[in-house]
Design a protein around this ligand. Structure first.
Ligand code: 1CP
Length: 336
């Protein structure tokens, strides 16, 4: 059986698009909260294969989705580089910031720290329903760097932008380190059984135009090239959120097989090479809200993308207060 997500990522349109949702596992699901309640530390939760396998499978079982996404976090890469990463309750991620060459020199990639992720991938593959593909992932260098440098989540990334403009040598070394670690991590995920990959560039929207090549296009292209040198057939989706005006150049420069589109962008107007799949881009607020507006918008999106290689998704992750029944409604509207 050819999995629908994988054939669309080869450039073949599907009459009913495959569907999965960013953050499809997580706090909006009561069965996730029940497991999460027993684990104090989020990093350790991600690195416990029995728990991570189970939460990866939860949304696929409940909604019969076309893909599972590995349960992990983009901040496992700084963790395995030796940076201190923790999740303060109700405050989001915290890291001991790295802001100079001396700090960078202390970091070194330790793949053994992420061996449990590979166990999770094997466990998920063994239990996944046959129509569903397993998506592995990592953050893209700029996005991961934003947390490493700022020391927390943020929306402007002023410290990183200042360093990128004023200390080109430091910034290039940081990008090199992340390109190497991320490439090795993704190759190991495919070795373990991931069938497609997504690169989350969730903060592409804070990159100044004059740095876009060095911060996004080049590092992403290098990762895609390294992963495909080892695994030529592996489909890769890039998600440069907030960079709608760059999507054509992003597709051409990086060599990804699919582009994740955010809800601010008119997905019907995105120009990419014919074989490149588009993925997106329903506003997550409609999924939270539910009802007719959700069903009508979802169906309009599906018909607007008919005849193209298209993967149904949100424009960003499922919001935490979303009622799970709305996801079931959405899936029924698309397949019904
Ligand atoms: O305690 C909890 O339950 C924490 C909530 C949570 C979850 C469920 C975090 C903390 N991470 C995750 C899992 C996760 N993160 C997944 C796998 C599950 C799935 O998608 O179904 C994935 C793919 C991610 C990726 C991730 N982590 C991104 C990129 C996607 C995006 O949302 O843009 C980013 C930016 C992160 C950092 C992060 N980790 C967690 C939070 C709350 C955040 C965002 C912080 C911020 O807003 O800056």
């Amino acid at each position: 059986m050819v999995k629908k997500l994988l054939s669309v990522l080869k450039g073949e349109p599907a009459p009913i698009p495959p569907i999965w949702l960013m953050r499809q596992a997580g706090r909006y699901l009561p069965e996730y909260r029940a497991l999460r309640a027993n684990a104090k530390d989020f990093v350790q939760f991600c690195l416990t294969p029995e728990l991570a396998v189970e939460v990866t499978l939860q949304p696929v079982r409940r909604f019969n989705l076309d893909a599972a996404i590995l349960f992990a976090d983009i901040l496992l890469v700084p963790h395995a580089l030796g940076q201190k990463v923790w999740f303060a309750e109700g405050e989001g991620p915290r890291l001991e910031p790295v802001r100079d060459t001396a700090g960078l020199a202390k970091l070194a990639w330790r793949p053994d720290m992420l061996a449990p992720v590979m166990q999770t991938i094997k466990g998920v593959r063994a239990a996944l329903p046959e129509q569903a593909a397993l998506i592995g992932f990592a953050g893209s260098p700029w996005t991961v760097a934003s947390y490493m440098i700022e020391g927390a989540g943020g929306t402007d990334h002023e410290i990183l932008r200042k360093l990128a403009w004023t200390d080109g040598k430091f910034f290039a070394a940081l990008m090199d380190l992340l390109v190497e670690a991320t490439s090795a991590y993704l190759i190991a995920q495919v070795d373990a059984g991931a069938e497609a990959l997504q690169l989350f560039e969730s903060w592409a929207g804070t990159v100044p135009a004059g740095l876009f090549s060095r911060a996004v296009l080049e590092p992403t292209a290098r990762i895609v090239k390294a992963v495909k040198a080892k695994h030529p057939g592996i489909p890769i989706i890039g998600f440069p959120r907030g960079a709608g005006g760059w999507l054509t150049r992003y597709a051409e420069a990086t060599g990804v097989d699919g582009i994740g589109v955010d809800q601010m962008t008119d997905i019907t107007a995105v120009q990419v090479p014919a074989k490149v799949a588009l993925q997106g881009n329903l506003d997550p607020i409609l999924l939270l809200q539910g009802g007719d507006a959700l069903r009508v918008e979802a169906k309009m999106l599906v018909s607007a993308m008919a005849g193209q290689p298209f993967i149904f998704n949100l424009g960003h992750g499922v919001m935490q207060p979303t009622p799970p029944e709305h996801v079931a409604d959405l899936v029924a509207a698309i397949r019904g």
